[in-house]
Design a protein around this ligand. Structure first.
Ligand SMILES: [Zn+2]
Length: 303
């Protein structure tokens, strides 16, 4: 029996996914609705999280470390989540220190976009990449870059919130305070709202890419929404490709499933003259929803 079980937790506004792995692979996984933690007293939330984790550990085995990927701004030095907008129940208290004292193991934390790109780098589509960009298209947009496996940070040690690159003169003000942010126009939320307004009887989450493919063949307005979506996505992505020059870009998140439908719009927005061409190698995520929790298991290794 070995003792080296590594745990990862991916805390999102909707779901909290726990995973345990060792050198042989994944040992256990569980997803809990994050709302379940919000309804219990703040002082009991860490205990509840720790109990869920310990209940997954096989008899006779020990946890070695825990990594957490959390949605929104995270202070990785103090180990505190600062996400008033979508993750208030785990924000503004020393989550990492409290988990360390309850579990007696190493605990690290980072942004969920960093956790997801670490997952793809170590276990998924990004294994060979020296400069890996991952863009996650969900409720908002997350983006993270790894250089030889190390996360890119801003000067103050933060994770760059690339979803808030302004890409248009759209007068809508984002919750971050800027206007025309990338994620107000290229997150899954935009795609969903625009498709639902054209197809009011079709619940977006109940239909897959094949359904929308057949609708788009018959209806130009639906095809146009996907094309426009690709265009908006490409505007922000062009900035990231220009500045970062990744050798590989991974698209993830629920809207990435529609890549075949928005690919033409995306490529149109990324088109450049040969002398200015960037590496536009774009692939889908291999790990899907598991990337964040699996990548989180690597966060304590980063030191
Ligand atoms: Zn914004």
């Amino acid at each position: 029996m070995t003792g080296n079980i590594k745990a990862g937790i991916d805390i999102g506004g909707t779901g909290t996914r726990l995973i345990l792995r060792d050198e042989t692979g994944i040992l256990a996984t569980r997803t809990i609705a994050t709302a379940e933690f919000a309804i219990i007293e703040k002082k009991d939330r860490v205990d509840a999280l720790a109990s869920h984790l310990l209940s997954l550990v096989p008899a006779g085995r020990m946890l070695e470390s825990l990594g957490i990927g959390a949605s929104g701004p995270v202070d990785t030095t103090l180990g505190i989540i600062n996400n008033r907008d979508t993750l208030e129940c785990f924000s503004f208290f020393p989550l990492v220190d409290e988990l360390k004292s309850r579990l007696g193991i190493r605990v690290g934390i980072d942004n969920d976009a960093v956790a997801a790109v670490l997952g793809e780098y170590y276990f998924g589509a990004g294994k060979e990449s020296k400069r890996l960009l991952m863009v996650t298209l969900g409720t908002g947009i997350g983006a993270a870059l790894l250089e030889n496996g190390k996360p890119f940070r801003t000067g103050d040690g933060q994770h760059p919130e690339a979803g808030h690159i302004p890409i248009s003169g759209n007068p809508a003000t984002c919750y971050c305070g800027l206007r025309g942010c990338w994620e107000t126009l290229a997150s899954r939320s935009w795609l969903q709202q625009n498709l639902e307004s054209l197809l009011p009887d079709v619940a977006f989450e109940k239909y897959d890419v094949n359904f929308y493919k057949s609708v788009a063949l018959q209806r130009d307005d639906v095809a146009h929404v996907f094309h426009q979506y690709g265009n908006y996505l490409g505007r922000g992505l062009a900035t990231l490709l220009t500045l970062y020059g990744p050798d590989l870009t991974i698209l993830s998140g629920s809207a990435a499933h529609y890549y075949p439908l928005f690919r033409a719009g995306l490529e149109e927005a990324l088109y450049r003259a040969d002398a200015y061409a960037r590496n536009n190698c774009i692939v889908p995520s291999e790990l899907g929803d598991m990337a964040g929790a699996l990548g989180a298991t690597m966060i304590p290794e980063l030191g």
